[in-house]
Structure formats: C-alpha cells, structure tokens
Design a protein around this ligand. Structure first.
Ligand code: HEC
Length: 172
C-alpha cells in the first residue's frame, strides 16, 4: 500500500466516521425529543430566582392596586348579585314583575302606578322604611288597600324591600 492510497482510504474512513457521528446525533435528537437538560436548566433558573429574590417588593403606582380592587369587586358582584345596586334592582324587578305588577302597572284598586311621579312623590317622601313596612305588613290608605307583600306571602321581606326600591327608583 502506497502512502498515497493509504491516505485516500484513511480520509475515506474519517469521512465515514464523521457522517456516522452526524447521523447518530440526529437520531439521538429525534429519539430523545426535548433535551431534559434544557428543562432542568429552566426549572433551576426559576428556583434560583425564587431563592435570591428580595424579601419585599415595591410596587410603584396605584394603578395596579386599583385594577386589582376593581377585578375583585366584579368577581364579588358575580358571586353575590345583591351586593351591588344593579343586582338588587334586578331582584326587585323580578319580584315586581311576578307579584306587584298585577296592581301597580295599571293602578288597579287605587294602587299608585309604576312611574306615576305625582302619585309617588308624597309616598317616597315618607322615607324608604315606611314604604318597606307598608309593603311588607300591608297598608290601608285613602286610595285603597295594599295587601301584605302584595298577597305573595312566600316572598321574603328582603325581596319585598327590593321590589319597593325598584318601584321607587322607577317612579321618581
Ligand atoms: C292587590 C293589588 C296590589 C298588589 C298585588 C300590590 N299592591 Fe302595593 N298598593 C296597592 C294599593 C291599592 C296601594 C295604595 C294604598 C293607598 O295609598 O291607599 C298600594 C301601595 C303601595 C305602596 C305605597 C305605600 C305607601 O305608604 O304609600 C308600596 C310601596 C307598594 N304598594 C308596594 C307594593 C309591592 C312591593 C308589591 C309587590 C310585592 C305590591 N305593592 C303589590 C295594591 C297592591
């Protein structure tokens, strides 16, 4: 074997080994999927950042806090609908539509009509407490007879109050 032919076959062997290395590397990448080393590194970096972070953090600007409060409030509203005015109004409207509408929509038997500001003005002037009591306990006035809870005795006092508040809000 001459030096020249030896060099040729040796170069060929090296080339083949390099090619094999590349192929094996690619195969390993494909089979191994995401290198676990990389994942570990990310986890480590997070853990380290967690460990070395300062004890306290200064939040500059109240905007974030306000946003958080607003978000919390709307979550509370969603959970407890009666906690906000709109929710209470909704409940009041429901009760009104179910019970009170029978007399108060058309003014049956002397009932003050919903939205009749002139009729409601003096009644509203008595104060909410009195109106609530009259609606819950019933009330005999000059115009007619308001039955206790509008005749819906299964309704809760709170519901009747909400209905009164709704009627008042629609009539002033
Ligand atoms: C059967 C008919 C009738 C129904 C049903 C009815 N009402 Fe009345 N309501 C009246 C009449 C009549 C009056 C007026 C009494 C008067 O001033 O002489 C009245 C008056 C009122 C007043 C004014 C009280 C005041 O002090 O001036 C409120 C508040 C009221 N009703 C709330 C309600 C609510 C809330 C409901 C439903 C839960 C309801 N009513 C259902 C007949 C009714």
């Amino acid at each position: 074997m001459t030096d020249r032919s030896f060099l040729k076959s040796f170069a060929g062997l090296i080339a083949a080994l390099v090619a094999l290395t590349v192929i094996l590397f690619i195969v390993a990448q494909t089979v191994g999927g995401k290198s676990t080393k990389a994942v570990e590194a990310t986890v480590d970096a997070k853990a380290v950042a967690e460990r070395i972070k300062p004890v306290g953090e200064l939040t500059v600007g109240a905007v974030e806090a306000v946003k958080a409060t607003t978000a919390a409030a709307s979550v509370m509203d969603a959970i407890i609908p009666s906690a906000n005015a709109a929710g209470a109004d909704d409940k009041g409207k429901k009760i009104y539509d179910a019970t009170c509408v029978a007399c108060h929509a058309a003014g049956v038997a002397g009932a003050p009509k919903l939205g009749d500001k002139a009729n409601w003005a003096a009644r509203i002037a008595q104060g909410a407490d009195k109106l609530h009591t009259h609606a819950i306990k019933g009330f005999q006035g000059k115009a007619g007879m308001m039955p206790p809870k509008g005749g819906n005795m299964s309704a809760k006092d709170e519901d009747i109050k909400a209905a009164v508040d709704y009627m008042v809000s629609q009539s002033k």
